[in-house]
Design a protein around this ligand. Structure first.
Ligand SMILES: NC(=O)c1ccc[n+]([C@@H]2O[C@H](COP(=O)([O-])OP(=O)(O)OC[C@H]3O[C@@H](n4cnc5c(N)ncnc54)[C@H](O)[C@@H]3O)[C@@H](O)[C@H]2O)c1
Ligand SMILES: O=C(O)CC[C@@H](O)C(=O)O
Length: 395
């Protein structure tokens, strides 16, 4: 924790946009790639599952959407919030999905390779171009049906863009939020299942997080339901698709193309795979948006205990009305607030303002009191059964 002598220590595991890092001002923050006892970790895609996350860590900030590279459960048990940047890179991914559909529909990878193979010094270049282009003739997106599985920040933008390009859109998301449903164009038709999407779409684009329920969402059993010549696009995560099953469908001639952002060893160099090097969020704009969003969230948490956009905690923000604040991460079980306020009352502390919210198994309590909180009181709070982490946040 920062104090007059020690700024907050933030360990950075990936390349993070400078614009975001500037939100953690020098003097108050020390940010770097080799920090011994970090208060927080800033990360993009680095795999943190095998990392020994120091006990000093109070927060993780993921400059992106997916958090499958972070041991969220382990951190929840330690009372550590994991922040992400919902929607901050959605437009970048949407644009690459559109590019992916066009790459597939117009046979662009093969066409580019053909042009690269031409000899600029050879006579009759124009003729070679005109004679050689025939195998790359394609089809148009307008009028085709796109299936979108996962109608969150990215899926909704993809659905919008496809409608604007004259496509029909079939969407599936059993957990769609009310806001996302409101934001969808009325032309998007609802599919009751993944199978219904696979059966009825020429293009199928996946926009779900990688969790147990979505692992191998497209697999040997259902890939055969896809229309002959259909195109599967995976800008979600490698594990969402059973690559082996998809390769078999490509080899049998049933599936037309597999466009993916995750070039696993299995799909590499397959002639019907269009693989990109995890480029979905790699635009200047998305990198800036993600870094700025999570840096601001991280700062508000470290300095004020406010929680915005944590994947494992409820959203809790309280305006500062007192210089003395305590943030408590606790299990969502009965009588936590009672025990916390009793411990404070016994220490003679007057509660000025308090908020407690829960989300699933987790809860979070912010308490502003009218006088300084001693280490003894903080230890008493930490000793309450169900309390996971206690942070003292004097202004
Ligand atoms: N390729 C890239 O660079 C890149 C960039 C950003 C995100 N992503 C991936 O895309 C995923 C989605 O990103 P987002 O910003 O749209 O997230 P989001 O949280 O806004 O949307 C995810 C949607 O998936 C839905 N969903 C969850 N389980 C589902 C299921 N079983 N069937 C259908 N829908 C289901 C959710 O209800 C939600 O609406 C991320 O989790 C990440 O893995 C990849
Ligand atoms: O940081 C990146 O480049 C990729 C991020 C992306 O996979 C995400 O889930 O937001």
């Amino acid at each position: 924790m920062a104090n007059a002598a020690r700024p907050f220590q933030v360990l950075v595991l990936n390349q993070i946009s400078e614009l975001g890092l500037q939100r953690l001002p020098a003097g108050r923050y020390q940010v770097g790639k080799s920090i011994d006892a970090p208060d927080a970790v800033l990360v993009r895609s680095a795999d943190m599952h095998s990392m020994d996350i120091p006990a000093s860590v109070q927060a993780i900030a993921r400059a992106g959407a997916g958090t499958n590279n972070i041991p969220v459960k382990v951190l929840s048990a330690r009372g550590v919030p994991v922040f992400n940047a919902p929607g901050a890179n959605a437009n970048a991914v949407k644009e690459l999905v559109l590019a992916g559909m066009l790459l597939a529909a117009r046979n662009l990878p093969g066409a580019l390779r053909f042009v690269e193979s031409l000899d600029p010094a050879a006579p009759g270049l124009d003729e070679q171009v005109e004679n050689g282009k025939k195998p790359f003739a394609g089809f148009e997106l307008a009028g085709q049906t796109l299936g979108v599985i996962g109608l969150g920040k990215i899926g909704c933008l993809v659905a919008h863009a496809a409608i604007q390009m004259g496509m029909n859109v079939l969407g599936h998301d059993p957990e769609i939020t009310v806001d996302a449903a409101w934001s969808l164009p009325s032309q998007v038709r609802k599919a009751a299942s993944v199978s219904e999407v696979l059966r009825n779409a020429q293009f199928v684009s996946l926009h779900v997080p990688l969790v147990d329920a979505t692992r191998h969402m497209v697999n040997a059993d259902n890939v055969r339901l896809m229309k002959p010549g259909a195109v599967l696009l995976n800008f979600s995560r490698e594990g969402v698709v059973d690559d082996a099953a998809v390769l078999r469908a490509l080899d049998s001639g049933h599936l037309g193309r597999y466009v993916c952002d995750f070039p696993s060893a299995a799909v590499l160099r397959h002639p019907k795979v269009i693989a990109l090097p995890h480029l979905g969020a790699s635009t200047r704009e998305a990198e800036d948006n993600c870094a700025v969003m999570v840096a601001e969230q991280l700062r508000d948490y470290l300095e004020n205990g406010n929680i915005v956009n944590a994947v494992n905690f409820p959203a809790v923000s309280m305006a500062r009305e007192s210089a003395y604040r305590v943030g408590i991460a606790n299990a969502n079980v009965p009588n936590m607030v009672g025990q916390i306020s009793t411990a404070m009352a016994h220490a003679g502390l007057n509660i000025h303002n308090m908020v407690n919210k829960s989300r699933g198994e987790m809860a979070y309590t912010l308490v502003d009191v009218d006088s300084a909180v001693s280490d003894d009181v903080l230890e008493t709070l930490r000793a309450i059964d169900g309390v996971l982490a206690v942070r003292y946040l004097p202004a």
